[in-house]
Design a protein around this ligand. Structure first.
Ligand code: AKG
Ligand code: FE2
Length: 239
């Protein structure tokens, strides 16, 4: 796949090739805000969040060093509260308070990934992963959000199902989901239909689990059977 839009010779930098093509490049000038130069003093940072629109990100440290702690998408991160529709994240504590209060407990949690990124190093934040970041020194970093093929279904699902939570698009772009689908249909119809099939498969699997659970609950209530609940399955977020 050759997606070289915007990588002109006079660019100040090129995205690292190891992350593969960025499907949001198909949106050209209509893509949402996606790159930031992050300049911060020692002890500053970013409190727990997921990146916008279910995008993935890379973060390149140009100067200084950063401590990262990350958790897989479905983790209940200690001390971080999410509203029922996932639209709001409340972390009532400052980064320092969270570290003092919850760090020890959180790092024991399954799936926790932590480490330090130094000058010249690049970190990958997979779609949907929680992360908190602290500058260990005064620092400068460059970060860019992108949509890899492996998370196309996640981004399409977000754009389709959470229109009120979409961020970063220009105001005149009324239907980002439809725009993205049209561009994909024009350039990569195969990728689009694979992603739509994947979305359908996930939704069937969710429906099946719901029916199994409700069915069993009815049996329990009417005294005809036991309650069982299956964990895992193919609608899990696998980064
Ligand atoms: O403070 C940082 O370098 C992390 C930034 C980040 O996670 C973001 O911009 O989404
Ligand atoms: Fe982030």
């Amino acid at each position: 796949m050759n997606l070289q839009v915007g990588h002109s010779q006079d660019s100040a930098y090129w995205p690292p090739e190891c992350f593969g093509p960025d499907l949001f490049e198909l949106l050209g000038q209509e893509r949402p805000a996606h790159r930031w130069l992050i300049i911060g003093p020692q002890r500053s940072g970013s409190t727990f969040h997921k990146d916008p629109n279910n995008t993935s990100a890379w973060n390149a440290v140009i100067q200084g060093s950063k401590y990262w702690i990350m958790f897989p998408p479905k983790t209940q991160v200690p001390g971080v509260y999410v509203s029922e529709d996932f639209s709001e994240v409340t972390s009532p504590l400052s980064i320092a308070e969270w570290l003092l209060e919850f760090h020890a407990e959180a790092r024991k949690q399954a799936g926790c990934v932590e480490g330090v990124c130094r000058e010249g190093e690049i970190l990958h934040v997979p779609s949907g992963w929680w992360h908190l970041v602290v500058n260990l020194e005064d620092g400068i970093a460059l970060t860019q959000n992108f949509v890899p093929k492996s998370h196309l279904a996640d981004v399409l699902t977000f754009l389709r199902d959470k229109p009120d939570q979409i961020t970063g698009f220009r105001k005149d772009i009324r239907d980002p989901f439809d725009l993205f689908v049209q561009r994909l249909r024009g350039q990569y119809p195969g990728l689009l239909s694979e992603a739509l099939d994947e979305i359908e498969r996930r939704s069937q699997s969710k429906k099946r689990k719901w029916e199994e659970t409700v069915g069993n609950k009815e049996k329990v209530e009417s005294g005809t059977g036991g309650f069982s609940f299956g964990f895992g399955g193919d609608d899990e977020d696998i980064p």
